[in-house]
Design a protein around this ligand. Structure first.
Ligand code: SAM
Length: 287
C-alpha cells in the first residue's frame, strides 16, 4: 500500500477490511489528521540518521511518517490483532520492526541493546492514555540512552508534567519528570483528530532528557520520599506535611533541617523548586 492512511475514510476502510474492533481498555484512539502527524515529527526534528522508538503504533498512521523521516523505527504494540494490519500498512518500509508486547513489561535495556546502535534515540508516540505516566516514568527512571521523548498525552497530564512551582498543577509528577528532563507542552490537540474521539483534551509534550540529572542528589530514593510526603498533604505547611510522613524525623529536627536549607517551614510543598528539594534531601541524608 502506497497511501498514507491518516484520513478518516482510509482508516475506516482498513479497520472494516480487517474486522478490527477498537479496544477502549487499550486506549485505542487513532490519529486521523496528517497535519498533527507532520507537526509531531517536525517538532521531534527527526532526521535520516535518527533511530526512533514508538509505543503503540496502532494501524501505523504515525509510524509511516516516522519511517519516511528516520533511519530506523522500532514500534512496540501490545494488541496482536493489529499485527496483520501493520504488515500491510508498513509493507513498503524496510526500516521498521514491530515488537509485540507490553511496553511496561519489556526489558527496555535489552531491547535498546538488540535493536539500536550506540546513539541516543528518540521516543515518539501517541500514548495509550490509561498508562501514560508509568510509560513516561519508565523511560526516564531506567536511564535509557534517550535524547527526546515527544508524545501525545492527556492535556491534564501534560500540564502536571510541565508545571512550575507555585502553579496549581505542580506536584510530585512535575518534580519527577523535570528532575530528568526539560519538559514543555509543544502542541494543544483537539479530540477531533482521533478516531474514536477520546473524551479528554490532548497535548503533545517534549521532554529533552538530560545526559545526567541537572542537579545531582546524594540519595534519589530519599529525595522522592520527601517530594511524595511534601505533596501528600497539600494543604499542610511543609513542616507539618513532612513530620506526619514516614520520614521518621522529629518536628524539631525537621524544622532545623528546613532552616539550615533556607526554606521557611511554613511554606507549602508546592512552592519548592527541585533545587530546594535536593538541598533538603542532601541535608537530611547527611544527618
Ligand atoms: N499510534 C497510533 C495512532 O496514533 O494512531 C495508535 C495510538 S493509540 C492512542 C495507543 C496504542 O497503544 C494502541 O495501538 C494500543 O493497542 C497500544 N497499547 C496499549 N497498551 C499498550 C502497552 N501496554 N504496550 C504497548 N502498546 C500498547
Amino acid at each position: 500500500m502506497n497511501n498514507r492512511i491518516y484520513s478518516p475514510a482510509i482508516t475506516k476502510e482498513i479497520i472494516n477490511k480487517h474486522k478490527f474492533k477498537f479496544s477502549k481498555s487499550l486506549g485505542q484512539n487513532f490519529l486521523i489528521d496528517g497535519n498533527i502527524i507532520d507537526s509531531i515529527c517536525t517538532k521531534a526534528e527527526i532526521k535520516t540518521e535518527d533511530e526512533v522508538l514508538e509505543v503503540g503504533p496502532g494501524i501505523g498512521t504515525l509510524t509511516q511518517e516516522l519511517c519516511k523521516r528516520a533511519g530506523k523505527v522500532i514500534a512496540i504494540e501490545l494488541d496482536k490483532g493489529l499485527l496483520p494490519i501493520l504488515d500491510e500498512t508498513l509493507a513498503e518500509y524496510k526500516n521498521v520492526e514491530i515488537v509485540q508486547g507490553d511496553v511496561l513489561k519489556i526489558d527496555l535495556h535489552s531491547l535498546f541493546k538488540d535493536k539500536f546502535s550506540q546513539g541516543r534515540i528518540k521516543v515518539v508516540a501517541n500514548l495509550p492514555y490509561y498508562i501514560t505516566t508509568p510509560i513516561v516514568m519508565k523511560f526516564l527512571e531506567e536511564r535509557l540512552n534517550i535524547d527526546k521523548i515527544v508524545v501525545m498525552v492527556q492535556k491534564e497530564v501534560a500540564q502536571r508534567m510541565t508545571a512550575s512551582p507555585g502553579n496549581k498543577d505542580y506536584g510530585a509528577l512535575s518534580v519527577a519528570v523535570q528532575y530528568y528532563s526539560q519538559a514543555d507542552i509543544i502542541l494543544d490537540v483537539p479530540s477531533s483528530v482521533f478516531m474514536p474521539r477520546p473524551n479528554v483534551d490532548s497535548a503533545v509534550i517534549m521532554l529533552n532528557v538530560y545526559d545526567k540529572p541537572r542537579i545531582e542528589v546524594k540519595n534519589e530514593k530519599l529525595l522522592f520520599s520527601i517530594v511524595k510526603a511534601a505533596f501528600g498533604k497539600r494543604r499542610k505547611t511543609l513542616l507539618n506535611a513532612l513530620s506526619s510522613s514516614n520520614l521518621n524525623m522529629t518536628k524539631d529536627s525537621l524544622k532545623k533541617a528546613l532552616n539550615m536549607c533556607n526554606i521557611d517551614p511554613v511554606r507549602r510543598g508546592e512552592t519548592l523548586t527541585i533545587k530546594e528539594f535536593v538541598a533538603l534531601s542532601d541535608y537530611i541524608h547527611e544527618l
